[in-house]
Design a binder for this molecule. Structure first.
Ligand code: ADP
Length: 169
């Protein structure tokens, strides 16, 4: 019998966007189980706490008909990604690639991770054409300036973003 293949999709998800969701949907189809790993990443000064970001990923996945129930789980992490992968029995790291600008960073990270843990393979999925330009950073900037981000994030996330900005501004 072949082994159960577990994948990890790590990121900050501050907040989760339609671009992330597309990668989750497509990535989940490539593995038996996908763990969305939400990095505490305090260095990046996230708008949402790690718990809030985990809750939002779970909510967005639950509301997506393309993501099978039980196929995806969400966990926070603050350790070395490769240790987290090992602890979760994962053999695949999933990342999304948008423009050329993502490439350099992703290339370096995949290379370093491969040196740390050669048995774990990093797999890249190209961003879908419609989601190419979506980034959490710009979603936050647009929302902060009163712009409409409903085309970039699920409705539940849009509502959370509006509430959070009202609370912090
Ligand atoms: P990080 O802090 O690791 O950059 P992000 O939450 O920004 O975390 O992104 C996590 C992963 O999702 C990265 O591989 C990133 O390239 C990918 N990603 C982000 N936005 C999109 C998008 N619109 N389409 C496809 N992949 C994306």
């Amino acid at each position: 019998m072949s082994e159960r293949r577990v994948g990890i999709y790590p990121g900050t998800f501050d907040p989760i966007t339609n671009g992330h969701l597309d990668i989750i949907r497509r990535g989940a189809g490539l593995v038996d189980h996908l763990v969305v790993a939400v990095a505490s990443n305090l260095g990046k000064g996230p708008l949402f706490s790690v718990q809030e970001r985990c809750d939002m990923v779970a909510e967005a996945c639950a509301g997506d008909p393309g993501i099978g129930a039980g196929k995806v789980s969400v966990k926070p992490f603050g350790t070395l990604l490769m240790s987290f992968a090992k602890d979760n029995g994962a053999t695949v790291i999933l990342r999304g690639l948008r423009a050329v600008s993502d490439f350099e960073y992703e290339f370096q990270m995949a290379g370093m991770n491969a040196r740390i843990e050669p048995d774990v393979e990093t797999v890249f999925l190209m961003a879908a054409e419609r989601q190419q330009f979506i980034s959490s950073r710009f979603v936050k900037e647009i929302a902060r300036l009163g712009g409409d981000v409903s085309g970039f994030v699920p409705a539940v996330i849009n509502a959370r973003l509006t509430a959070k900005l009202a609370e912090t501004q």
